[in-house]
Design a protein. Structure first.
Length: 44
């Protein structure tokens, strides 16, 4: 297991893709939280 953690990853596509879509991920999480707050009548 230690050797696996020491080796550099061959593929970077997944990491690069996530970094490009990070804004969209944050936006949808904030939107979902807002909807849950509205549905529950919670005011923060």
């Amino acid at each position: 297991m230690g050797k696996v953690l020491e080796l550099e990853q061959r593929e970077q596509a997944g990491s690069s893709s996530y970094n490009r879509f990070e804004y969209q991920v944050h936006w949808i999480v904030c939107h979902i939280i807002g909807q849950l707050e509205n549905n529950a009548g919670i005011v923060l």
